[in-house]
Structures are given as structure tokens and as C-alpha cells.
Design a protein around this ligand. Structure first.
Ligand SMILES: Cc1ncc(COP(=O)(O)O)c(C=O)c1O
Length: 374
């Protein structure tokens, strides 16, 4: 049996007619950029997230960059984030001219550790940027408390956790702004690149709207900004998908539960930990080998058996030596948990259209490896 990591064709099929109707609207009206489909998606997505404003953008990295710029984070400022995110999180901070300060994560959830955040605060700290990695949100109540005590701004990187929730709080509720990525394979993915920023703050909304369009709100008048607009084609796809996202995420949660039930007795791996009361939407189902030396063994075994498993992410951000970090520390305190996560993580296939037979096959192969592991 072959199990792809994500089956994008199966995922697109059920709503084919809705996507084609959105494309036809673009062709028939000539509204390609900044048209009615963008405005309609922004309204629907803001409502879905319980936010006052959604600004559609070109990608999730820009969403972080523009949020940082709107908050005035720049040269001389530090922004604290997790050492084990997708690289773009730190890159956006550097693009804003600020310094990424990378801290360790909780060993069970792989999410930013609020105690490590507190230890990393300096007089230069401007903001905290928690990442809702794999589909589970960070401990936003603790982060909010720290931010209030030190008068810091908070931006949530929510590229991976649309429709997730915390214990008594919604994503986006306890921060200044929240970024989204709609790149193809995300839970809410378009047919290319896309992103958005959500906020309840009208000043941030106005700034980011200007910044996404070369600093312009009026033809030929510019301050300063970027080109980061979402096309109407993508907005149409996203509006069609938004109607299904909660059901798709419920399906992911069911497959995750089936993986967890099947793999529960495995001696050599740790399974994903969901914090009580949280809705983890399983963008990724990530297991960790207890012994990091086992990771590549298990990965090879799965791939040889037709299972397209991957790693997210096998190099902690502060270990990316190709990046021009500049002078000064880029990491505060030990980041042993983030490094261990990088060395031992394996993402099993996860998408709504998986079948029970596919999940059971993956479980059987992991257990087969587990029994023989040395
Ligand atoms: C955690 C995280 N942050 C930021 C990004 C950047 O988003 P994009 O690829 O849309 O620029 C991604 C996704 O790719 C991500 O997973």
C-alpha cells in the first residue's frame, strides 16, 4: 500500500465546481486583484475567527512582517519566538530589522515555553511571537500575563492552527494580531500562496492595509510598504474551502485519535500530547522517537514501505548556519527540548481524506518497526 503525506487531488475534488465558479467570476468580471472576492473572504474569515478585521495578504511570512512593522518593531528591538518553528517565523523578524531571540519549548507539546520567554526578556524586547505549531495553540494565557507585566506586544503565528482553540480562549483573542498562511498544504490552503493578518485593533488594520499596497490608500499617493496583495482567484478558493474547514479539522482529529489509539503501546516513540481542554487541529501528527538515533531508522522503514512520512523540522532555527544571523546571541538559554524535537520528530501522513485502512497500515508498520527496534 502507498500512503501519501497529503493527497491534494483527493482534497480538491469534492469542491471542484465551487472553485470553477470562483474562477469564472474572475474571468467574467475582470476583478483580478482587490476585487469583491477578496473583500468577501476577508469578511467571512474575520467572522469565522471572531476577529474584527482580516487583511488578505500574499503569504504568511508577509503577514508576520507587516504585523511587526505595524507595531513598530525594527532595528534595536528584540522579538522572542520559539526555536523550533518553520524558518519563516524568525526570518520575518529579521526582515523587519529586529533581532529574533529564540527560546526553548515545552518537551511534551513542542510549543514555546512561557518560562523560557520570561527568562529571555531584556530592555530591548518589543514583542513575543508564539507559534501554534502542528495545530495546537501555545499557552496564550501565560504569554498574555507575561506581556502585560512587561508591556510587550504579542503576535500569534497561526500558520498551522486555523480553527484551533485553547482552554477557554480563542486563537487571536489574547494578542495584538494573528498571522495566517494559506499555502497549498495548510489546513486552509489555496492553490498557491496566500496569507492574512487578523486583529481587533483598527490602527493595526489600517497600517497593514497600507503596507500591503506600497503604502498607498489613494491612487498615486504612497508612504512606504510592500506588494503583498491576495488575488481574487485565491480568495474565491479560500471562501469555498472556509465552509468545510471545521468538518475537515474534525476529520483530522478523528484520524489523530485513531493513530494514537493504535500506537499507544509503542515502547520507542512518544505520541502527540494535547493539553486538556484544547482543540488541536492536527495540521501535522508528529511522533518523536525516544532515542534520537532511531529517527532516521523509522523514517527509512516507513518510506521503504510506501509511507510518505516527513520531518517538521529537522534543524532547529538557531542551528541554521547558512542564515546571516549577525553579531550577538540568537538564542537565550539552553534549547535542549527544541533540539531534541528536531532530532527525533516524524510527521505521519495526515489529511482529511485519509482512509481507516491507510491509517491502520501506517500504525501496523510503525508497530512492526517498534517491536524490532534496537
Ligand atoms: C509556522 C509557520 N510560520 C510561517 C509560515 C510562513 O507562511 P508562508 O509560507 O505562507 O509564507 C509557515 C508556513 O509555511 C509556517 O508553517
Amino acid at each position: 500500500m502507498k500512503v501519501p503525506f497529503v493527497d491534494l487531488v483527493a482534497w480538491a475534488k469534492p469542491s471542484r465546481e465551487e472553485y470553477l465558479a470562483a474562477f469564472a467570476q474572475v474571468i467574467d468580471t475582470g476583478a483580478f486583484v482587490g476585487g469583491p472576492q477578496v473583500a468577501s473572504f476577508e469578511g467571512a474569515f474575520a467572522k469565522f475567527c471572531g476577529a474584527q478585521h482580516a487583511i488578505a495578504l500574499n503569504n504568511g511570512t508577509d503577514a508576520l512582517l507587516l504585523a511587526l512593522r505595524a507595531l513598530g518593531a525594527g532595528p534595536g528591538d528584540e522579538v522572542i519566538t520559539a526555536a523550533n518553528s518553520f524558518f519563516a517565523t524568525a526570518e520575518a523578524i529579521s526582515h523587519a530589522g529586529a533581532k529574533p531571540v529564540l527560546v526553548d519549548v515545552d518537551p511534551r507539546t513542542a510549543l514555546i515555553d512561557p518560562r523560557a520567554v520570561e527568562r529571555a526578556i531584556s530592555p530591548r524586547t518589543k514583542a513575543i511571537l508564539p507559534v501554534h505549531l502542528y495545530g495546537q495553540c501555545a499557552d496564550m494565557k501565560a504569554i498574555r500575563k507575561i506581556a502585560d507585566a512587561h508591556k510587550l506586544r504579542v503576535i500569534e503565528d497561526n500558520a498551522q492552527a486555523v480553527d484551533a482553540a485553547g482552554d477557554g480562549f480563542a486563537i487571536g483573542e489574547l494578542s495584538d494580531a494573528m498571522s495566517m498562511s494559506f499555502i497549498i498544504q495548510k489546513n486552509l490552503g489555496t492553490f498557491g500562496d496566500g496569507g492574512a493578518l487578523l486583529t481587533n485593533n483598527p490602527d493595526i488594520d489600517a497600517s497593514v492595509r497600507r503596507l500591503r499596497n506600497h503604502g498607498s490608500t489613494k491612487r498615486n499617493v504612497h508612504s512606504y510598504g510592500f506588494n503583498s496583495r491576495l488575488d481574487d482567484l485565491h480568495a474565491g478558493v479560500l471562501s469555498a474551502k472556509l465552509k468545510h474547514i471545521h468538518t475537515w479539522n474534525d476529520q483530522r482529529i478523528q484520524w489523530a485519535a485513531r493513530y494514537t489509539a493504535g500506537l499507544n503501546g509503542a515502547a520507542n516513540i512518544d505520541l502527540p500530547y494535547v493539553r486538556p481542554g484544547y482543540r488541536h487541529v492536527f495540521h501535522l501528527y508528529v511522533v518523536e522517537t525516544k532515542n534520537p538515533a532511531h529517527r532516521d531508522q523509522l523514517l527509512d522503514f516507513l518510506v521503504r514501505n510506501g509511507i510518505d512520512a516527513k520531518t517538521h523540522y529537522s534543524i532547529a532555527i538557531h542551528k541554521q548556519d547558512g542564515y546571516p544571523w549577525g553579531k550577538g546571541a540568537r538564542i537565550v538559554g539552553p534549547a535542549g527540548n527544541a533540539e531534541r524535537n528536531a532530532a527525533s520528530c516524524i510527521s505521519l501522513p495526515m489529511y482529511p481524506e485519509l482512509t481507516a485502512a491507510e491509517v491502520d497500515y501506517v500504525v501496523a508498520k510503525v508497530l512492526e518497526w517498534d517491536k524490532a527496534a534496537k
